[in-house]
Design a protein around this ligand. Structure first.
Ligand code: OOG
Ligand code: MG
Length: 262
């Protein structure tokens, strides 16, 4: 760790205030160039601690930057991990208020719900499939707190990987009922197709993203608890949205979900 506890707490407060007040900021590594990975995850943990202290509940976990499309769009090469709390959840077909956000984008995600805990190291696609209860479609709304979505990996980890809102729904299926690699993904905005992809866009197999998350947490002596919902990462580039937009996602065999931006 390169940063002390006071600096970490101050950066967490700063980033969370930006989130809650829908203000942007410059990336924090500009002022703290020596910040390391442990510092970045410690800032994210402190943001979670602040939310839990105010009564929030963890609603899931997320992997991000797991597809080449997303890595290329953001100019980075490594996946990152974050958390979702109940306040980020939007009901199926529900409304997202853009006035509460800075510059929201949507991305199609394949979501896993576990029936058994996963603890790394040593997790792989096989262990993830054995531990998965079902998969289902989800739309993630990301909203980087950094100006113009310009960040480096440590800054985006500290900012809880741009997590902002999410919806899940559709027709959940056991992993044995779908081919997660060829699973077709179609996202529409206002009735026009804006993203087309397949599950393999996510690290070759979306379960690999969940395995990476379990191995990442294992290094910190943590696990993914049974029952956890995990978003495995945007299959395609994220698409900007504004008030008035309607976004719907269909995933092959898993039905669909939608959101309205008001
Ligand atoms: C970081 C969050 C990425 C995903 O699914 O790739 C993410 C960002 O692009 O702002 O959630
Ligand atoms: Mg995402």
């Amino acid at each position: 760790m390169a940063l002390n506890a006071t600096t970490i707490a101050g950066l967490a407060e700063h980033l969370e205030s930006c989130e809650l007040q829908a203000r942007d900021t410059l990336k924090i590594t500009d002022e703290h160039p020596d910040m390391d990975w442990d510092d970045a995850y410690a800032i994210q943990d402190e943001i979670l601690r602040r939310k839990l202290a105010r009564g929030a509940k963890v609603a899931g976990l997320k992997a991000g930057l797991t597809s080449h499309a997303k890595m290329k769009q953001m100019g980075v090469e490594t996946p990152v991990f974050g958390f979702l709390v109940d306040g980020f959840g939007v009901p199926e077909g529900g409304e997202v208020k853009v006035g509460e956000l800075i510059h929201p984008k949507v991305e199609p995600e394949i979501c896993f719900v576990l029936k058994k805990a996963l603890r790394g190291p040593g997790c792989h696609i096989g262990t993830v499939l054995a531990a998965t209860d079902f998969v289902l479609p989800g739309i993630e709304v990301i909203d980087s707190r950094y100006r113009d979505f310009k960040f480096d990996l440590k800054s985006v980890v500290a900012d809880n990987t741009s997590a902002s809102r999410f919806v899940v729904g559709g027709q959940a299926q056991p992993v044995s009922a779908v081919d997660l690699r060829t699973l077709g993904v179609v996202m529409e905005k206002n009735g026009e197709i804006v993203s087309i992809g397949a599950g393999a866009a996510v690290l070759g197999h979306p379960a690999a993203a969940v395995a990476m998350l379990a191995n990442h947490l294992g290094q910190r002596d943590r696990e993914i608890p049974a029952g956890t919902m995990i978003m495995s990462g945007g299959v395609t580039e994220a698409v900007a949205v504004q008030a008035g937009d309607h976004v719907s996602l269909r995933i092959q065999g898993l039905g669909g979900v939608s959101l309205r931006f008001v």
